[in-house]
Ligand binder design. Structure first.
Ligand SMILES: [Cu+2]
Length: 142
């Protein structure tokens, strides 16, 4: 009984590993901020518009070639190396726009914050190669 469960878990793990970070992004695909740039001062909640070229948007859970959904990284670093194979966390530093939104109203505490956009595939894993914006620093007014 336990052996069967273990074998099943191993098969599941293998399937998951095979899929991780395997969604290909077309060459030249770019994600970028439309209405804010490095050094800007904004009010909270900040309306932030996400641009994407060379790819399309699809909601999370929908597997379509050359698509993904936006993630806003707040005060945290983008994944590198093996971490690019992992699902993007869901917490206060990682906002998912899994309905396919191309803008967000983002509440931010007063002070300096870093923002970066990372496109994720239908399972919330960065593409291969990853499609990320530059990391910008903004100041939120008190
Ligand atoms: Cu996501």
């Amino acid at each position: 009984m336990h052996k069967i469960a273990l074998a099943f878990a191993l098969v599941l793990a293998a399937v998951t590993l095979a899929k991780a970070g395997e969604t290909v992004a077309p060459a030249g695909a770019k994600v970028y901020f439309i209405n804010i740039k490095d050094g800007d001062t904004v009010k909270s909640p900040a309306n932030i518009q996400f641009g994407l070229s060379g790819m399309g948007i699809a909601p999370a859970g929908v597997e379509t070639a050359d698509t993904g959904h936006h993630h806003l990284f707040i005060d945290t670093d983008a994944p590198e190396g093996d971490a690019l194979n992992n699902t993007i966390p869901m917490d206060e530093h990682h906002m998912h726009f899994g309905k396919g939104q191309t803008e967000g109203s983002v509440p931010l505490a007063p002070g300096k914050h870093t923002l970066q956009l990372v496109l994720g595939d239908w399972t919330h894993i960065p593409h291969k190669p990853p499609v990320m914006s530059e990391k910008i620093t903004i100041t939120v007014e008190p």
